[in-house]
Design a protein around this ligand. Structure first.
Ligand SMILES: Nc1ncnc2c1ncn2[C@@H]1O[C@H](COP(=O)(O)OP(=O)(O)OP(=O)(O)O)[C@@H](O)[C@H]1O
Length: 282
């Protein structure tokens, strides 16, 4: 698979603070890659280096096969979209007029505005001035702006942090559409459900280093204790091994009509993160 991002031994030091110690990973074309870590673990710093907003102290970062710093050139920059919390929108203009300006900047047809507003669930808000938007609405306008020009690579720094569950689901659908269209997505989050929902692979970042990197499915398999929990009619819960011994036990309970529910004990990404790093995500 062609790599869109390649990072080798990346380090960033601010004064006496190490934000990134030694980070290496690749992101393949069309992949949605999740960078997961608690506050201060180095997620935004990584995005800033990959999008040429900051240079690294050591190591290498390549985007589209060239050093990330090349993204300062306008022809390269138009291939990426970035969502960060620094908005860059004109407060006195409406949502629609702000997006029109970006259409002009990227030479995109105005018909695209309706498409992206639909993807972020803001069709009814397009006439509102940006100054009057709620935090969640602002985040959705910024998202719309980030993928307005159909970038090949999209950087999303905590894309749903200000959103309610309904809008979060709506955004997930929009991001799935972008993925189906072939967009490569680099996403940071501390929301493990988001990572499960969207990401092909995730990297666990802790204190500036990657501690695990794999698909959510492989990680859950790797860390499972191979048991299920069976809830019985007498109110007791029993943990049963999923091997042959457990099977006969479960068969007996079931044939005696004693089972109310059976639940997998496969760990969530959040459980695995805590186990590996000893830290909680939020
Ligand atoms: N411009 C800066 N000057 C000094 N230190 C910085 C600077 N930017 C980031 N840091 C430090 O680098 C570390 C990593 O910060 P970063 O913003 O990358 O973390 P993060 O994982 O994105 O956190 P959050 O989830 O809170 O956004 C932190 O300790 C932070 O204080």
């Amino acid at each position: 698979m062609e790599n869109i991002i390649e990072v080798r031994s990346l380090a960033k030091i601010f004064g006496n603070q190490t934000a990134l110690a030694d980070v290496s990973f690749n992101v393949g074309k069309g992949e949605t890659f999740g960078f997961l870590g608690p506050s201060g673990s180095g997620k935004t710093t990584t995005i800033k280096i990959l999008t040429a907003q900051m240079s690294q102290t050591d190591g290498e970062a390549f985007v589209f096969g060239s050093p990330a710093a090349d993204l300062r050139k306008p022809d390269k920059r138009s291939k990426i979209g970035i969502l960060t919390d620094n908005s860059g929108l004109y407060e006195r203009l409406s949502v629609y007029d702000n997006l029109k300006l970006y259409c002009d900047l990227y030479d995109v047809s105005y018909t695209r505005i309706e498409e992206v507003l639909q993807m972020v669930n803001l069709e009814d808000t397009k006439k509102k001035k940006v100054a009057k938007l709620s935090k969640g609405m602002l985040q959705r306008v910024n998202l719309a702006r980030a993928f307005l020009h159909k970038p090949a690579l999209l950087f999303l720094d905590e894309p749903t942090s200000a959103l309610d569950p309904v809008n979060t689901k709506h955004i997930y659908k929009g991001l799935q559409t972008l993925k189906e269209e072939g967009t490569t997505i680099f996403l940071t989050t501390h929301d493990m459900n988001e990572a499960e929902e969207l990401c092909d692979r995730v990297a666990f970042l802790n204190k500036g280093t990657i501690q695990l990197l794999d698909s959510p499915k492989s990680l859950r398999r790797q860390f499972t204790d191979h048991t299920i929990t069976v809830e019985l009619v007498d109110g007791n819960k029993e943990i049963i091994d999923i091997g042959a011994n457990g099977a006969s036990k479960l068969y007996n309970y079931m044939s005696e009509n004693k089972v109310i529910s059976i639940n997998s004990n496969e760990p969530t990404l959040g459980d695995i993160f805590v186990e590996v790093t000893g830290r909680k995500l939020s």
